[in-house]
Structures are given as structure tokens and as C-alpha cells.
Design a binder for this molecule. Structure first.
Ligand SMILES: NC(=O)c1ccc[n+]([C@@H]2O[C@H](COP(=O)([O-])OP(=O)(O)OC[C@H]3O[C@@H](n4cnc5c(N)ncnc54)[C@H](OP(=O)(O)O)[C@@H]3O)[C@@H](O)[C@H]2O)c1
Length: 190
């Protein structure tokens, strides 16, 4: 997921760096537009970090970037393995205590995003955050990548979009977003 979003961000004109625990194994066709860096280098590279490890290593990834994300907008695309009373986004924020966090790009598989990207009717990309800077930055990237940002609520509302939530695996045209969101809130009151 991270690699797919990195390619699309580069195609949209953003300067992009990617990382993993094994950056030497990462290969991008166009290395001029997507740089491969170490974890600390990538964490400090840009204004926005797309946080996309598997859930089982998400907290390890936070530890590896501790102190480096303070001024960054962090777009969290992860999905917890099992639902909880707090959202995965809230769990990460509880641990990180820094950065401007938003949840997005976590509801549908990459192949659905790929099929819908930039096509009418635009597909909704739900954004959850309590942070104005994060909301604006996430909305801009969502638009840049060819989707329609729709604000679904604060960090707690990410429960709607994550594993077990009523918006998980929902492919929503932007014209239906308000109705689908209202329905989701009745299914899973927050
Ligand atoms: N795949 C989708 O279509 C999709 C859609 C929506 C949301 N998501 C969510 O996105 C997340 C990633 O899914 P995925 O399918 O892309 O998984 P994936 O193919 O396993 O990719 C996870 C990436 O995270 C890297 N990584 C793991 N631990 C790390 C750490 N501590 N520091 C830095 N990098 C680390 C891994 O590289 P190394 O092992 O080399 O570190 C790997 O490149 C999951 O939470 C998933 O729920 C996925």
C-alpha cells in the first residue's frame, strides 16, 4: 500500500521517499522520483508521512521514528488486526504524542483504489482526524491522487473506517458519501 501511494504521489508531482526495515530490498522503476532512504531519513524527509506498516509492526515503527515526527502530518493507512474500543489511530496517537495525525486510504484494497483512481464518479476517501493541519493536508493529497476527500469525524470516528467498522471495504461514490456516513453512524454509534 505504501509503495502504491508513493508511486501515485510521485506521479502527482510530489517529492517522495520510501523506507522499510530493509530499504535495500526496495526497488522503484523511476528512482529519480521515488528515493529509497533509511527509516530516520524518510521520517524527516517531507512535510507529510504516509504511515503504512502492517499493524503487527506499527508500534515498532513508531519507536523507530520517535522524536522525528513532531512537525509532520502523518496519514495513517493501517488497519488494526482486530477491532477495539478505541480506534487504531487513537492507539497510535496515544503512543506517539507528536505529529498531526489523520486516518485515510485504509478502507479498500489497493486494487480498488487503482481501478477507481481519477475516474468519474470519483470515489470517496474518508478522512478522520482531530487536527486541522492534518485534515487539510490529507484532503489535498487525496485530491491530488484522484479521489474525493470526505471528512468522517475525529480520531475516534476512525472506528467507522477500520477493521470491523461499517465503512471498511465500502467502495463509495462521492455523491453517496453523506448517506453512507450517516448510515454507518447508526450501525456503529460512537
Ligand atoms: N494492501 C492494501 O490494499 C491495504 C489497503 C488499505 C489499508 N492497508 C493497510 O496498510 C498497511 C500495510 O498493508 P500492506 O498490504 O501494504 O502490507 P505489506 O505489503 O506487508 O507492507 C508493509 C510494509 O511495511 C514495512 N514495515 C513493516 N514494519 C516496518 C517498520 N517497523 N518500519 C518501517 N517499515 C516497516 C514492510 O517492509 P519491511 O518488512 O521490509 O520492513 C512492508 O514494506 C496495513 O496496516 C493494512 O491494513 C492495506
Amino acid at each position: 500500500m505504501g509503495g502504491t501511494l508513493a508511486r501515485w504521489c510521485a506521479e502527482s508531482g510530489h517529492d517522495v521517499a520510501v523506507t522499510s526495515r530493509h530499504p535495500e530490498r526496495l526497488h522503484f522503476e523511476d528512482e529519480a522520483s521515488v528515493q529509497v532512504l533509511s527509516i530516520p531519513q524518510a521520517a524527516t524527509f517531507g512535510d507529510v508521512v504516509i504511515f503504512s506498516p502492517n499493524w503487527s509492526s506499527a508500534f515498532e515503527a513508531l519507536e523507530q521514528t520517535r522524536g522525528l515526527l513532531a512537525d509532520k502530518v502523518i496519514i495513517d493507512v493501517t488497519n488494526p488486526d482486530i477491532p477495539d474500543d478505541i480506534s487504531g489511530l487513537e492507539a497510535l496517537m496515544d503512543r506517539a504524542h507528536e505529529g498531526h495525525w489523520a486516518k485515510a486510504f485504509n478502507t479498500v484494497p489497493a486494487d480498488v483504489l487503482s481501478r477507481r483512481r481519477g475516474h468519474d464518479p470519483l470515489m470517496t476517501e474518508f478522512v478522520c482526524t482531530d487536527d486541522r493541519d492534518a485534515r487539510q493536508a490529507a484532503a489535498q493529497i487525496i485530491r491530488d491522487l484522484g479521489f474525493a476527500p470526505v471528512y468522517a469525524g475525529g480520531a475516534h470516528a476512525a472506528l467507522l473506517t477500520e477493521t470491523g467498522g461499517p465503512l471498511q471495504m465500502r467502495e463509495v461514490d462521492v455523491k453517496d458519501a453523506t448517506d453512507v456516513l450517516a448510515e454507518a453512524m447508526t450501525i456503529r454509534p460512537l
